[in-house]
Write a protein that binds this ligand. Structure first.
Ligand SMILES: Cc1ncc(COP(=O)(O)O)c(C=O)c1O
Length: 416
């Protein structure tokens, strides 16, 4: 296949009006240039041969082989265990990834905020389950407006008052809104108490004229990062037992239990043991991060190696003149200050901190696998993927080191 456009062509065309030309030896592509390349080249972008190491930094990079392996592991596990995945877009906020998840077998996509749902829907993702209740009249109206255009939108609720408000708004919007009852696993963050209170709410939802009951959800966030597979399994099965009993009571009462959603990356291979459970709302599995790597898995007690770290921050060394340390351009605004800190990918004997707003710091131990010079670039495995993604406008999808696509993080900053 012949490439219709050269790299120079792209650079000249970038930036609508103002022709930009960067001499080849400069080798550094800004986000705006890469977005322009991608808009013109589409699926032929990789033929341009832009190396990830030529990207301006800090940049967010996703390794496609690792990402696809993570999707395949999830799908294989779901098929084996007889449940489904309904991945949470709060992690990636990226329509291209949601599309990949649906194409590889996920039954829908979860969202945390109504603005996140709107952004995904604008980009063609239409099987959406909003796991957070909307409680203000403004947000309820917005959600019901979205429902009008997006028939597969499902909304969580956890109080009778909220269910009545939703029903009234649905009627005003001329729709029948699909609703799941959010049940508390014991963390008291969101959700109604399991058992009688949850059953009564489900019965109310079933009766209200503007609502259609689709089932329930119970997300046990407190169990996801429990260290050690056996401990994690014991805790989540114990905490979900009351939700399972609630699901059974709904079923015996003749209510719809087609959805019993919950779980996450830490319990994706445990949740099928909870009776009635239908799908896992996994988020982080698609990228992995330092927080999850440390919890250990069923096969590997030290490292949670079920999924491959796919998301990295590319950073450049700015200062290397002091013994035992180097300074980079990826600080808190590029990495967050979540703990554990980011990990320098592929190296040993060094630690990374991102406590300064604009600067990251590498400290070398005696056994460091290498040292860095000014201008060197390196990759960081992210600390906690969700808030890192929210710092960037786009991520670069890379295979074998070459940029294959530029993905807009369309729901970035959509926190309302
Ligand atoms: C309601 C809900 N579901 C699912 C997830 C996904 O969890 P994880 O990233 O651990 O897979 C989260 C994450 O916080 C969540 O809040």
């Amino acid at each position: 296949m012949t490439m219709p456009l050269s790299r120079r062509h792209f650079l000249q065309a970038a930036g609508a009006g103002a022709a930009v030309w960067v001499p080849t030896p400069a080798r550094g592509y800004s986000g705006a240039e890469m977005a322009a390349f991608a808009a013109q080249a589409g699926s032929e972008l990789s033929a341009l041969g832009v190396s990830m190491w030529d990207l301006d930094t800090p940049s967010l990079v996703v390794d496609l082989d690792a990402l696809d392996a993570n999707l395949a592991t999830m799908q294989r596990t779901m098929e084996r265990n007889g449940i489904a995945s309904r991945p949470h877009a709060k992690t990636h906020k990226t329509p291209a990834i949601a599309r990949r998840q649906l194409e590889t077998g996920s039954v829908g996509i979860c969202v945390a905020k109504v603005s996140e749902a709107e952004a995904l829907f604008e980009h063609g993702i239409d099987r959406l389950l909003m796991t957070t209740s909307n409680v203000t009249p403004f947000k309820i109206r917005r959600a019901m407006h979205l429902r009008k255009w997006c028939p597969a939108f499902v909304q969580a609720t956890d109080t009778a008052e909220n269910a009545r408000d939703l029903s009234a708004a649905a009627e005003a919007a001329g729709v029948m809104a699909d609703v799941v009852v959010d049940v508390d696993p014991g963390g008291h963050r969101t959700g109604i108490t399991p058992g009688e209170p949850a059953l009564a709410l489900a019965q109310l939802v079933d009766r209200l004229p503007g609502l259609r009951l689709r089932g329930m959800l119970c997300y046990d966030g407190g169990s996801q990062h429990v260290t050690g597979f056996e401990a994690r399994q014991a805790q989540t099965l114990e905490r979900l037992a009351a939700a399972a009993d609630t699901c059974e009571r709904l079923r015996r009462s003749g209510l719809n239990t087609e959805i019993f959603s919950g779980g996450g990356t830490g319990t994706y291979n445990i949740d099928h043991q909870t009776p009635g459970f239908t799908d896992v709302q996994v988020g982080s599995y698609v990228f992995m991060d330092a927080q999850y790597l440390g919890i250990g898995g069923a096969d590997d007690p030290e490292v949670y190696s079920d999924f491959r770290p796919a998301l990295t921050i590319l950073t450049t060394v700015l200062n290397a003149q002091y013994e035992g340390r180097a300074t980079t351009d990826a600080g808190a605004k590029a990495c967050t200050i979540n703990r554990p800190w980011s990990i320098v990918k592929g190296e040993r004997g060094m630690s990374y901190t991102s406590g300064s707003d604009e600067f990251g710091s590498i400290r070398y131990g005696d056994d460091a696998s290498r040292t860095y010079a000014v201008g060197d670039k390196l990759e960081l495995i992210v600390s906690h993927c969700d808030p890192v993604v929210n710092l960037y406008d786009r991520m670069y999808a890379v295979r074998n080191g070459l940029v294959e696509a530029v993905w807009e993080i369309a729901a970035r900053g959509r926190s309302a």
